[in-house]
Design a protein around this ligand. Structure first.
Ligand code: UD1
Length: 372
């Protein structure tokens, strides 16, 4: 029996932990899973609604750290998490993704000699100005089990000198949640509530500090998006950071005069219902590049690099950058084509069964499975 602490902190963690937690509970003779929520995200729309939509049990431990600078937030998580590890003595701590909660909890465990499994290991944007890239590199370098979503991630880790026996290619657990939720998302009324017709709108998300924290960069992007919205209405669920900056930079009027509709951040199933019916998605998110690939929806990634190249090689993602002329031109090209996503493929092991393979991998590396 393995006692596991499953860590969640920020919005993109919840859909990764949900299927893992469910699979561990199903295998009750092998696993005792507990949930630790760091509280990095705390608004109902950024956290609680995901527990409800994804059927995640209430956290066993809540660290309630909230927002702060990177150093303060990371330190607060570490300080609050250490006594829990000492008290609970888990066999494994499982961290997902690349947020501050991921590295903070992994670092506590590395110092205490407690084993860490990193889900979504090995992704690299090669852009160290991204806080997530630092979190990825550091977390991978101190984890005992590196569970990867695609084989390019395995290659990245091997090039960094990680021993092959620590790396297991398990596929993309976020796609487990996607396939699990698709049917239930049909009950969402979000399209009716916003008077949207399938394939007659675009969805936008934008929250990276590099895109929204500097006035000129954000304004250039917004101008491009306003122009696209004249051809296809855009629905924009706004992250708290972005919302604050729209107000701070005085962009509210510009948006109000466009065909971009700002709405509050959505829950998991409402958002799935929204993007799954979109003709086009524009985003700087990591997860959405993968979700659109799994559903065959054209996606323009508003960044200069991506840690998820498989979504470009096999999927529907186009790395368009942030040059406004290029963004509008590429969007208009996609909108003028009829079947743009026809030949796109779903990457290997993005099949809805990754949580099973993660559990198998944990048993195997601990020497508990029959074929270990
Ligand atoms: C974090 C992750 C990012 C992920 C994103 C998804 C890191 C380094 N970044 O970025 O990888 O893509 O989550 O959302 O971990 N805020 C609220 N309510 C909340 C949470 C945050 O209003 O529930 C506001 C606060 O003003 C806060 C700001 O959003 O200062 C940023 O939050 P933070 O967790 O620091 O980073 P994100 O930008 O959300």
């Amino acid at each position: 029996m393995l006692k596991i602490l499953n860590i969640v902190g920020a919005r993109p963690n919840f859909m990764k932990i949900a299927p893992i937690q469910r699979e561990m509970r199903r295998r009750e003779n092998d696993f005792l899973p507990l949930i630790v929520h760091t509280g990095q995200h705390y608004d109902a729309a950024m956290s609680d609604s995901f527990f409800a939509d994804l059927g995640i049990p209430a956290p066993d431990f809540h660290l309630e750290v909230g927002s702060a600078s990177h150093a303060v937030q990371t330190a607060k998580i570490m300080t609050a998490f250490e006594p829990i590890v000492l008290e609970e003595k888990p066999d494994w701590v499982l961290v997902v993704g690349d947020v501050n909660s991921t590295i903070a909890c992994a670092l506590v465990c590395a110092k205490l000699g407690v084993k860490v499994a990193h889900v979504e290991a090995g992704l690299r944007s090669r852009d160290r100005s991204m806080p997530e890239e630092i979190n990825r590199i550091l977390t991978d370098s101190i984890s005992d089990l590196l569970l990867t979503t695609s084989q390019d991630a395995d290659e990245n880790l091997k090039h960094e000198g990680v021993s092959e026996d620590k790396i297991i290619f398990v596929g993309n657990v976020m796609i487990d949640s996607l396939f699990h939720g698709l049917k239930r998302a049909e009950n969402s009324n979000i399209r009716q509530n916003l008077s949207l017709t399938e394939k007659e709108y675009a969805v936008l998300t934008l929250h990276r500090p590099s895109n929204v924290d500097e006035k000129q960069i954000f304004e250039n992007l917004l101008d491009a998006l306003c122009e696209i919205s004249r051809q296809l209405p855009i629905v924009f669920p706004v992250h708290p950071r972005t919302k604050a900056n729209i107000e701070k930079f005085g962009f509210a009027e510009k948006v109000a005069n466009s065909n971009i509709k700002l709405i509050e951040p959505l829950g998991y199933l409402d958002f799935m219902r929204l993007y799954s019916g979109a003709k086009l998605v524009l985003t700087d998110s990591g997860g959405l590049q993968e979700e659109t690939t799994a559903l065959g929806i054209p996606c323009l990634t508003l960044r200069e690099n991506t840690e998820r190249p498989i979504t470009i090689e096999m999927g529907t993602n186009i790395l368009v950058g942030t040059n406004p002329a290029k963004v509008t031109q590429t969007a208009f090209e996609i909108l003028s084509q009829k079947n743009v996503s026809q030949n796109k493929k779903i990457p290997p092991l993005w099949d809805g069964r990754t949580a099973e393979r993660i559990c198998d991998a944990l048993l195997k590396i601990t020497g508990l499975s029959q074929n270990a």
